[in-house]
Design a protein around this ligand. Sequence first.
Ligand code: NAD
Length: 789
Amino acid sequence: MNILERYHAMDYAPAPEARSEADAWLAGRDFSKSLFIAGEWRAAADEKTFDTEDPSSGKLLAKVSDASAADIETAVAAARKALPKWSAASGYERAKVLYAIGRAMQRHQRLFAVLESLDNGKPIRESRDIDVPLAIRHFIHHAGWAQSLDKEFPGRKPAGVVGQIIPWNFPLLMLAWKIAPALATGCTVVLKPAEFTPLTAILFAEICERAGVPRGVVNIVQGGPEAGAAIVNHAGIDKIAFTGSSEVGKIIRKATAGSGKKLSLELGGKSAFIVFEDADLDSAVEGLVDGIWFNQGQVCCAGSRLLVQESVADAFIAKVKTRMSRLRVGAPLDKNTDIGPLVDKTQLDRVRRLVEEGARQGAVCWQPDQDVPETGYYHLPTLATGVAPANILAQEEVFGPVLATMSFRNTEEAVELANNTRYGLAASVWSENVNLALHVAPQLKAGVVWVNGTNMFDASCGFGGYRESGFGREGGREGLEEYLASSEPHGPVIKPASAPKAAARDNGESHAIDRTAKLFIGGKQVRPDGNYSIAVLTPKGKLAGEVGLGSRKDIRDAVSAARACKAWPEATAYNRAQVLYYLAENLSGRTEDFAARISELTGASHKVAKAEVETSIERLFYYAGMADKFEGRVHQPPARTVTLALHEPVGVIGIVASDEAPLLGLISLIAPALAMGNTVVLVPSTTAPLVATDLYQVIEYSDVPSGAISIVTGHTAELAAVLAKHDDVDGLWVVAEADICARAEAESTGNLKRVWTGHGRSLDWPTAQGEAFLRRATEVKNVWVPYGD
Ligand code: NAD
């Protein structure tokens, strides 16, 4: 071949990354002692090991200690022991340790990258240029947070001992996302890497030894689901941070129900990659390559659903096919490789199965005409067209290099298709019209939206999902919240309600015209579906009145009304503020009535009851004022982009209010929810529901749109369970007995709604006000907007 022929052929010669240092590290370590507990290297208590292999060859890399419950016990004890000193260390002390970790990782950057590619199969270009630098940045970024914590989060305490469980797709990066904020906030850690990819976590533990991390502050235990479950169920752990599949996330939600453990779940996704007709199509094709073929598509936020506007669909798909034909499938350590092997044979089999099933359901699956290496778990990049919205490839997370495409006609349809998924992790929007992109972004049910870009991450920006993609954020200020103990002022333990006493015979009924309190659903007073009522008694057993006995059907109607109410979430914050002020004004006009009602139902003196009404009015005033002040932020990651951390309502929130402080307890919960634009289905106090039913008129006079607040009286335990199981409820707050709280958490797994409970305790209602409540009423969506030519 002469030079001209060579030039035209433009063939790539292999460009392998050297692996000698990684091989030397592998050969020089005793992997039979690879649990890092209390600053020491230990074998598993039962001396068990598991194999980790190179997915490009299937060859054994190491036999690694396999932790059992006994090892988790030791690791948790070490973390508990280390907690008091570490959490009491100054922010500066912790900052120095985080910085030292970051710097030590920098010194071994290439070794980390090669080991990651060997163990996971990801192309070296990705581990070298993306995973490892981002992981290092996470530690260095969080050094600053450690030092400024007292100023930025005054009075907050660390969550405590944290159990962290991570997946195999970004082994080192996920470790960094977990450990850096935990150390910054003064927590100690028991972290379990995924069983397919334990190596970089072992190297990281070596770094901890050298960086002066005190013994027991970071414990790394290798193992599988059994070790993971032992972490989840350990009573000595205060918080669980999990990244992995939605299936396991649901198991963990159930397992931690009622335990009081703080929980964050970063789960799967089925993210939309939306291309409008005015997009720069060539840039969008490059974006798509990063969106779905980065890390072989084994990315939680992979743009695995391409939605392209009909007018450009054919042209765009043609460009995508041409580009796919040029993707280089090959050895992970070759610097020319775009697509490496999948992590394991089981993953390859799963992807093949899903592609076959997608084709059986009518999708046309296309692959470029290429060979794959003879050994290893390779899967060619795959494009599925003709995908119906219900096709398995449009609904299931494939977690492989498979792109499902659909087309849309207009913006409305694009948003509808994008949101037609049980997940809500990320989305990309491509359009040269920034107005259109920023109009679409808030409408997408996803925690992260990239405009004209994809898969951008940074330590300063929160990352995390809505719906079955989990809850909680990782990164930046939002991520730190997850590692701080909750700040709501606790009240007394709520005792189980005693059996209702029979109404005294002489109940002192007046001869006023009988008024039966109905339910309040969709802005109307309606009879309960079952047409039953329950008696409301005074503390002396006299009949104070009757309220409707709400049922499953009534809750369903109330949730439908809340979902259908668009006027409230779409109102401006200023508008919501005015309605809340008006509610306060109208309530103040009825101060004496409400005080009398509270006295009647609780036995409180007139003075105490009046004080409760007055504090409730003040609370409405506070949240009215905050409606347009609890705003998002702008992050400035080290790239040419601004990231808008927008505050959005959670959606439909079910609220189960306490018996204690029947008016103030209720207002303290519904006011922040409403202020942030949520619609509310309220189950009021069981013992004093007439306080809530008396509010109907106040609500009716205050310009609250129909469906923004619905009130269903009845038995708390029963109605709380219905709300917990309802898949169209996005958030649930419960202040009730411990077992009702635990059930609400356990039964919320259908759609993984965000549940907050008092864990069987009431709140200190006079002081239960502030940003903690507004935060709980808010989802943070990070919208990345790149700039520059
Ligand atoms: P997985 O849920 O099977 O495993 C994740 C981790 O959980 C592993 O360490 C595993 O050992 C452990 N585990 C398994 N069963 C457990 C149990 N019963 N109790 C406790 N721990 C248990 O997920 P995976 O296959 O390793 O990872 C892929 C999944 O991770 C995908 O769904 C992907 O979308 C998700 N993911 C999400 C994010 C995010 O930030 N949202 C990031 C990366 C990956």
